[in-house]
Design a protein around this ligand. Sequence first.
Ligand code: PLP
Length: 416
Amino acid sequence: MMLRSDCTAMDAGDPLRALRDRFALPSGVIYLDGNSLGARPKSALDRARQVVEAEWGNDLIRSWNKAGWFDLPARLGAKLAPLIGAKPDEVVVTDSTSVNLFKALAAALHRQEELRPQDKRRVIVTERANFPTDVYIAQGLTSWLDRGYEIKLIDSHEQLPQAIDETTAVVMLTHVNYRTGRMHDMREVTALAHARGALMLWDLAHSAGAVPVDLNGADADFAVGCTYKYLNGGPGAPAFIWVPARHQEAFRQPLSGWWSHASPFTMQSTFEPIEGIRRALCGTQPIVSLAMVECGLEIFMQTSMGAIRTKSLALTDLFIELVETRCSRHPLELVTPRDHAQRGSQVSIAHPHGYAVMQALIERGVIGDYREPHIMRFGFTPLYTSFADVWDAVDTLADILDREQYDLHAKRDAVT
Ligand SMILES: *Cc1c(COP(=O)(O)O)cnc(C)c1O
């Protein structure tokens, strides 16, 4: 039987343990929700002060050049690139994940029509269990295009091989599912899509900074992702979009704003796209928020995704083992795959009273979150989660379940 002292011994031998000090975490809190909103890098406060006080307050409009505001989307993209197997000039940090998905999906449909004009491929394959905004964006785009595109929603990853065929234009999947924590095999699914003539668009919202990703290695076509989750960019921080070098010249997206113009300050009346990844931009960015993304990325530069993955799997394995040994009397069901190859960096556990149990955990300082139906989500962020945290979280969970210390009438907040 594992003891707490075993966990503190694991912490003592953890090569990432020093990085925890780079984050401002409140005392008395075990934070297992970095998959939804990453913790604050300590450096973010000084950086925010610098941007607001010096760059905005003092230098005013001169900061677009002097402080490099104008180049920030591309500069941050280059810093993020190694985490997702991209080249530095293939990524920009900009807009939201939803908006980037709109741009990427539209560009993918356009590219497909260009590549195989005779095919009349009109189907977008995705999962019913995908994050809702991804499906909504696809629905919104296709209904506005009004060109006969349809969306095929599959109910399980096992249906992928039969779902992708000669009618498929684009396969659009989220690499790690937000609810179950299940991870697709990026290389295998991309190869399958390509073998059937489809283009492959990945959403990395729960992958970037969570698991090693090799977009170029997998030969993917387009990708988007989030910076406010595992990348610790701050609430609502701009997202990213990846377009590989081989697709950049043909890349056409409908939000052709002035930031994607070849010469934005010549103020021409006709749009002409800029070369390269800036073509994925639209308009002026929220610089204060964008600047925070760098603080999170700088911490990742102190380590590697390999080291992060090793610890992530150790944390999630430990959590599963402790829950199964200490809470075995209770009706808990492990939703996340045990197979490492299929597991992201979260563990989802269903309980008939999942919402009430999660509220009780949060009241006692163990912060996870809840997703319908019945699922308690626990995110594990190796940069700042310790093995002792895992022990203490399960200790609290076991106590709440053993003594039924949860309120079945717990009020539902707007954000769960
Ligand atoms: C978190 C998440 C989003 C968030 O999109 P926003 O535009 O930032 O609201 C989108 N897709 C997936 C798969 C996510 O997990």
